[in-house]
Design a protein around this ligand. Structure first.
Ligand SMILES: [Zn+2]
Length: 529
């Protein structure tokens, strides 16, 4: 006697449809689970046995039960396999389902010993994976119906208990009663201060700082990483917080991708909608390694770098982060994803947010490099040590570096009127991003920062004079090869902002200055537009 059902296994944020085959035969009495299952799935045997008993069915005790999970080579994790296993066991002997009732349906849910369903994290990416494989029907714990239904083209059924699922799939007229299921306890999403707070901030409140504001705009255009240095109170946080206000809304596929990451962090609260705005995450430097990068005991959780996917990850006072965390940030900075190595499996999560690093010129934050009288008490040795953490492999992966100084008194003069608002800047960013989308239409990348260097040099080179000037920087040892690629990308963002068909010497000059923390001349800002 034999039956099969389907569920989804997650590797990081990527789901794979798994077939659960159950064979019940005469022979030595045993229950065998075959196919790279982790401990939580092995425990499914006991949970399923109790759940089946307590739902009024019989577990085939005097038989040999083989549960096969395929494809066999994929590692499988999580208690959400319970439902698919229990239904397959019942279908192979105890319950007769109408023909085809189990085909093309994915079952997701953990079982309690008394046969009720329990919510599980990651329902959204599981349903996305199922839909991508042509699955049209899914069964999930009742509170997670809304989350599953965010994926279009899939019929979603919610259930509270195993008995309800059996009745549902069996086409029963009456669905048995069951007490409600606890909703998932996922964290409140969006941002450290709540979305409302971030919607209130605006570049209108940032007086002066013309140079830093322009850097923010170029970064927003091409999705470039940014480093802000400057004394305490100079306005680094103020600037970083306002970066999301000049980023366009997420596109539908991006919304789903980002929401799926939050689904992995413990499930979406009932009634949650897809996230349509780029997130802003600002973890404190004392957050654990797993908190920033992802990991944790048991199931692998996405970290802050992934929660900031397609938005902004702001790391204030980042030299105070542990050195190994700073080192590990190289991967997301370079590739837009992060891999967490874990025993027999690697979990990869997307992490393509813009990274904004902020630091003071010294540990106490009072050092003013261009000033003669300095209240800094750190001493040159500590200052140098601190700066060493800022430079090196991380700095090489940052596209734009700015020294931020507090606005000067004449810049905050009320008679000058309010500075330009975020909405006006956002309009320019959107136009410049449309140019990129048109240019990269046949490619998987949308932003200058993400296009691979060789492809960019090959298909979208700088003009002759600019290319020669960039080569000089490399041969002169003032720029690494990786640095040159990043300058090339920023040149394109400057050109896109200026509405040019190709970056020339002027755009390259701006990009070089943005990279090297050299202040821009006023006539460079706004440029040819
Ligand atoms: Zn100091």
């Amino acid at each position: 006697m034999w039956a099969s059902t389907r569920t989804v296994s997650l590797q990081g944020a990527v789901g794979h449809v798994i077939e659960v085959q159950v064979d019940i035969s005469q022979g030595q009495i045993a229950t065998n689970l075959v196919g790279r299952a982790d401990a939580s799935i092995n425990e499914a045997r006991d949970r399923c046995r109790s759940a089946i008993h307590n739902s009024g069915f019989d577990w085939p005790t005097s038989r040999r039960i083989t549960i096969l999970l395929s494809p066999a080579d994929l590692p499988k994790r999580g208690p959400h396999f319970d439902l698919a296993i229990a239904v397959a066991v019942l279908a192979s002997r105890e319950v007769e389902f109408p023909g085809g009732a189990l085909d093309g349906v994915v079952l997701i849910g953990e079982l309690t010993l008394d046969g009720r369903l329990r919510c599980v994290p990651g329902v959204l990416p599981m349903v996305m994976a199922a839909a991508a494989r042509g699955i049209t029907r899914v069964v999930v714990p009742e509170p997670q119906v809304g989350e599953a239904a965010l994926v279009t083209g899939v019929e979603v059924y919610g259930a509270r208990s195993l008995a309800q699922v059996v009745a549902l799939l069996g086409g029963a007229e009456e669905i048995p009663e069951a007490p409600p299921v606890e909703p998932p306890t996922g964290e409140r999403l969006l941002s450290w201060r709540g979305e409302a707070r971030l919607e209130e901030v605006d570049l209108r409140e940032v007086h002066g700082m013309v140079d830093a504001r322009y850097a923010l705009e170029v970064a927003a255009v091409g999705g470039h990483h940014l480093m802000l240095t400057g004394p305490k109170g100079a306005g680094k946080t103020t600037l970083a917080e306002r970066l999301p206000t000049i980023l366009p809304d997420l596109r539908p596929d991006e919304s789903l991708e980002l929401t799926a990451i939050h689904s992995l962090c413990g499930g979406l609260p009932p009634g949650a909608q897809v996230l349509t705005r780029p997130p802003f995450r600002a973890p404190h430097h004392s957050v654990s390694r797993a908190g920033i990068l992802g990991g944790g005991s048991g199931r692998v959780h996405p970290g802050e770098v992934s929660k900031a996917h397609l938005g902004v990850l702001f790391l204030d006072e980042f030299p105070l982060l542990p050195s190994d965390v700073i080192e590990a940030l190289r991967q997301p900075l370079e590739s837009g994803e992060i891999t967490i190595a874990r025993g027999d499996e690697d979990a990869t999560f997307p992490a393509a947010g813009m990274v904004v690093l902020a630091c003071s010129p010294c540990p106490c934050g009072e050092y003013h490099p261009y000033s003669r009288d300095n209240p800094c008490t750190c001493g040159e040795v500590r200052r140098r040590e601190y700066r060493r953490k800022i430079s090196g492999p991380i700095a090489d992966r940052i596209d734009i570096t700015r020294f931020v100084e507090p606005a000067k008194p004449h810049e905050v003069d009320d008679r000058l009127g309010a500075p330009e608002a975020s909405a006006a800047v956002l309009e320019r960013v959107e136009v410049a991003r449309r140019r990129q989308r048109a240019r990269y239409a046949d490619l998987p990348w949308r932003l200058n920062a993400h296009v691979p260097g060789p492809l960019l040099r090959d298909r979208w080179p700088l003009d002759g004079a600019a290319a020669r000037r960039l080569d000089q920087e490399v041969y002169g040892g003032r720029l690494t090869r990786r640095g040159a690629t990043r300058v090339h990308r920023v040149s394109w963002s400057v050109a896109d902002l200026r509405g040019l068909v190709r970056p020339g010497l002027a755009e390259l000059e701006v990009a070089l200055r943005l990279r090297s923390a050299t202040p821009l001349d006023l006539d460079m800002i706004g440029g040819a537009a």
